[in-house]
Write a protein that binds this ligand. Structure first.
Ligand code: MN
Length: 495
């Protein structure tokens, strides 16, 4: 596969056309689908993968629903980034080396620019919230993913806001639940940058303008998932998307708030995070649940969440609402490839040549589990694999487990990784525990009830599984070598 940035794709529609040209990457249906739990129920079987309860399918196609019950002008797209091969095609890069592509993109950012309204298809149609018939619930086919969810969610909204003091901007994806005709609740995981902006505005008694762009260039969706320290507070992740496409992301001034939105989005929600206002996430359903989250469990409804007062929805003619299944392979790619890029960058700077590649594994939703492929070239490299693991925990604080393997193990093949654990690992000497470290709040095992070593909810025992051969024993661990042959001489169609 050529390693050349795909510069053809610049919005959701060109991304769909890119996938349409590749066999097996896109399916469509004209059968009417109910966005209330049916749509996600279908896609769970077609292609969700990831941490979704089985049966589901890893590597299935993206899907477009052309006939959405109650929303005649909308189509819904799901699973656009739901396979690593697809992400590779959309970015024009070897799927196994996407972490390197994103690492290089962070190092060579291209800042977004602001374009004129007439160049912004996202504002072709405008619905203002002061119209009496304005209602998020009938204007937007936001799916309810399971019958026990708190309500319909915007799951692929690129939330864009700016620091009230410095003016620096940030883009992140957050779970947004439709609460009323003009309100969304927003869950901001602690430490997220837009939350820092929101807290500053709230402390000054002011609202924070926020735009939510839905249905955009997949490069933006990947870039939005970077986290500190790779992208510190004040780093606009849109500049990573600019690097991926070798041209700046185009923004447009919103119509009702002082913020910008992605000009080529399908749909934009304009609104304000209100100071001092909180809402119970499941106030309309009392289910106690939120929506399926990336670890594979349905998140609990939060008691007090910030509220976005919506001012307007703008969209293209015949818009496509993009959505995702939270625990699917799509999350693995969106969260995981930036995780890989962060680890490659930090370990590469500290110890060049030691870390060959890394995979933020599907079982951890792209966040909890990383497989590191290590090259021990000299005797002094012994022990550097464990240093690489420690650096990985620093590069991505939400990482929980690191598995270290040698250069002859395929990190994308779990059978091969588990093979290394069977033949190159002894539990009592090759397992390293680092207890009492803060991880991601959505890991349900991080409670004092679960483990006596956990004193605070949200802290965890980080673990390194060192499945590499000690350098001095390497000669005894050569895998069987088969003769190189030309298979096509026997099977002409063999790939
Ligand atoms: Mn950020």
């Amino acid at each position: 596969m050529p390693e050349q940035n795909n510069t053809e794709v610049h919005d959701l529609r060109s991304a769909i056309e890119c996938l349409r040209a590749i066999p097996g990457q896109l399916v469509e249906t004209d059968t009417e689908v109910d966005p209330d739990s049916e749509l996600a129920g279908v896609y769970r079987h077609v292609g969700a993968g990831g941490t979704v309860r089985r049966p589901t399918r890893k590597g299935g196609p993206a899907m477009i629903f052309n006939n959405v019950k109650g929303f005649s002008d909308y189509r819904v797209a799901i699973g656009m980034l739901g396979s690593r091969e697809r992400v590779g095609a959309l970015l024009g890069y070897d799927p196994r080396r996407l972490g390197f592509l994103l690492k290089d993109s962070v190092r060579n950012p291209i800042a977004p620019i602001t374009t004129q309204t007439e160049n912004a298809p996202c504002q072709e149609v405008v619905h203002r919230a002061d119209d009496l018939d304005f209602d998020l619930r009938t204007l937007l086919p936001a799916p309810t993913n399971t019958p026990e969810d708190a309500g319909p969610y915007v799951t692929m909204g690129m939330c864009y806001a700016s620091d009230p003091e410095s003016g620096e901007s940030d883009i992140t994806i957050h779970r947004l639940c439709v609460q009323s005709r003009d309100e969304l609740s927003m869950w901001l995981t602690p430490g997220r940058h837009i939350d820092a902006f929101r807290q500053k505005a709230e402390a000054a008694g002011k609202s924070l303008p926020i735009s939510i762009s839905i249905g955009v260039d997949p490069a933006i969706e990947m870039a939005a998932c970077f986290e500190p320290p790779t992208t510190p507070l004040g780093f606009d992740e849109l500049s990573i998307a600019g690097a991926l496409r070798q041209r700046p992301v185009e923004l447009v001034e919103c119509l009702t708030i002082r913020e910008r939105a992605i000009a080529h989005a399908e749909v934009v929600i304009e609104g304000e995070l209100l100071p001092g206002v909180r809402v119970r996430e499941d106030q309309n359903t009392d289910t106690g649940k939120a929506m399926p989250e990336f670890p594979g469990y349905t998140g609990e409804a939060k008691a007090e969440l910030p509220v976005i007062k919506v001012k307007a929805i703008t969209h293209r003619r015949n818009p496509i609402l993009q959505t995702t299944i939270g625990p699917g392979e799509e999350h693995v790619n969106m969260a995981g490839v930036p995780t890989e890029a962060s680890i490659l960058d930090m370990v590469g700077r500290a110890m060049p040549g030691v870390l060959l590649n890394v995979f933020a594994h599907s079982a951890g939703g792209g966040k909890f589990l990383a497989i590191l492929q290590i090259n021990k070239a000299r005797a002094v490299d012994e022990g550097r694999q464990r240093q690489a693991a420690l650096l990985a925990f620093s590069a991505f604080p939400e990482l929980k487990t690191v598995v270290l393997v040698d250069e002859d193990v395929d990190i994308f093949d779990s059978d091969d990784v588990l093979w290394a654990m069977q033949t190159r690992y002894q539990g009592d000497v090759d397992t390293i525990f680092i207890p009492g470290v803060r991880c991601h709040p959505l890991d349900p095992s991080q409670t004092p009830e679960f483990s006596p070593s956990i004193r605070e909810v949200g802290t965890s025992c980080k673990t390194i599984f060192d499945c590499t051969v000690p350098f001095r024993l390497k000669s005894q661990f050569k895998r069987s070598v088969f003769r190189e042959v030309e298979v096509a001489r026997f099977l002409p169609d063999f790939k």
